[in-house]
Design a protein around this ligand. Structure first.
Ligand SMILES: O=c1[nH]cnc2c1ncn2[C@@H]1O[C@H](COP(=O)(O)OP(=O)(O)O)[C@@H](O)[C@H]1O
Ligand SMILES: [Ca+2]
Length: 443
């Protein structure tokens, strides 16, 4: 049965989130640096919704964008819905369908077809969510982050090739370069755009943008808009990127630290990072419960790890171990000491795990709250009832990363956020804006 092009469906097995206030994209697309001419705009929509076929109706002009985040610990699909309520008005972001699978693509380094199969299963959700008459107009893109960056070129390319085949066999629009490894600096910029767009900071006159901190499995990003000339002068050249969007040019400070994600940091603390084959060697740490001996798989490699059976355990020795991983390794912009940041991904997850914040609500924390929790967990390791033996190490790493890595103060405020207006705080929304604009699916 051919669907009525004037009706749209937004059903699907995934979670459909509505942005509530229907976030206006007007400011976004009207002012891109490469805005299409008016005649181009009319052409695009005439093609999609011939005026004599569809009456102007709120649900008629819905369009979609599909963005895959191939992260080091999981693969996620974000299906964004946009609505063009009338030809005069600009589109609005209506909602998002989000689903994820674990492990990430890099776990299939030696079985690329199997890896691509996980992408196919997620893409099947989009088949249900997007009405058939819009499939051909709906772009699908996958961007991989640190997990694939850490694989050999050959293994990463094999995975990307298989994913590309899955896309090409799908009914969706497959743009050129639809499957790629994303540059780390884009990861930070696009997440910054998402958060500042969703919090309304990129519209209107009084823009008070917020900095963002993303802690992934294999890499971590810090991004903010410098306010002081000093920061621009003192930052390494490749930490500053000019980005044009929403009728403004933003000169952002952004950097992605590969190997400083939470899980990569576990390996670094254990002294096991970058070991192709861990050869059954046992890696021990004072950040783990004394009697623990276990195995862990990350990036397709198996590691054996355990506690310091005879030696010390607890926060103090653990902090010294973790300090070796971060001390002197990160650039510390003075300006961030007194500002507040939005923090998500593993910052959020570990704060939830230790009841520092509520899973649904998120919350505001100070850097020292992570330290307090790290002490509490590490100094009571045998008694602390935790789902993960790494909880002490993770909290200690977060503390050290924030204080000794980036140079934040104990009282720096962190706004822990998972969703804003029901939309995931992920670089994927920023990437979708960019995608739609580059394809001319905006005006
Ligand atoms: O869309 C999202 N919404 C919420 N959390 C996300 C999303 N995408 C990634 N995360 C979080 O990111 C962390 C995992 O990082 P990831 O697998 O992306 O590693 P990477 O960024 O180093 O490649 C987890 O804490 C996971 O909850
Ligand atoms: Ca990520």
């Amino acid at each position: 049965m051919i669907a009525d092009p004037c009706l749209t469906a937004s059903s699907g097995s995934g979670r459909m989130a509505s942005s509530g206030l229907s976030i206006l994209l007007a400011l976004v697309f009207s002012s891109f640096s490469f805005v299409l001419s008016h005649s181009n705009r009319v052409m695009w929509f005439q093609d999609l919704f011939p005026p004599n076929v569809c009456p102007i109706n709120a649900k008629a002009n819905t369009f979609y964008g599909i963005m895959f985040d191939a992260g080091s610990t999981g693969t996620r699909i974000h299906i964004y819905t946009f609505v063009q309520k009338s030809p005069e008005n600009l589109p609005e972001l209506e909602g998002e369908i989000f689903e994820s699978v674990k492990p990430g693509l890099s776990a299939y380094a030696d079985q690329p077809e199997k890896g691509a199969e996980t992408v196919k299963r997620l893409l099947d959700m989009a088949i249900d969510a997007v009405p058939p008459h819009l499939w051909k107009k709906t772009p699908v893109v996958l961007k991989a982050t640190a997990g694939l960056r850490l694989l050999s070129e050959e293994k990463a390319q094999a995975l990307l090739l298989e994913v590309k085949e899955v896309f090409e066999e799908s009914p969706f629009l497959v743009p050129e370069n639809s499957v790629s490894i994303m540059d780390g600096s884009y990861e930070g910029i696009l997440a910054w755009i998402t958060v500042n767009f969703l919090t309304g900071q990129l519209s209107g006159q009084n823009q008070h943008t917020v900095g963002t901190l993303d802690l992934g499995g294999a890499s971590t990003q810090i991004t903010f808009l410098p306010r002081f000339e000093e920061t621009l002068k003192e930052s390494p050249g490749d930490f500053l990127t000019s980005f044009e969007m929403f009728n403004s040019t933003y000169k952002l400070y952004t950097h992605s630290y590969l190997g400083f994600g939470l899980k990569a940091a576990r390996l670094a603390t254990l002294g096991a990072l970058n070991m192709e084959a861990a050869d059954g060697q046992m890696f021990r740490s004072s950040c783990l419960p004394k009697q623990l001996e276990a195995e862990w798989h990350f990036g397709g490699v198996k590691y054996r790890y355990g506690g310091n059976k005879e030696g010390e355990t607890g926060f103090k020795p653990c902090y010294l171990e973790v300090l070796k991983v971060v001390k002197g390794k990160l650039h510390q912009p003075d300006e961030i000491r007194g500002s507040s940041f939005y923090a998500f991904s593993y910052y959020y997850d570990r704060a939830v795990d230790t009841n520092l914040i509520d899973y649904e609500q998120g919350g505001v924390l100070e850097v020292r709250d992570f330290e307090r929790k790290a002490k509490e967990v590490c100094d009571n390791m045998e008694r602390y009832n935790s789902a993960s033996p790494f909880l002490c190490m993770d909290l200690t790493y977060i503390t050290a990363l924030l204080k000794e890595g980036f140079g934040f103060r104990d009282n720096t405020l962190l706004q822990l956020t998972k969703k804003v207006n029901n939309i995931e705080t992920s670089w994927t929304l920023g990437a979708t804006f960019h995608l739609l604009q580059s394809l001319g699916i905006t005006y």
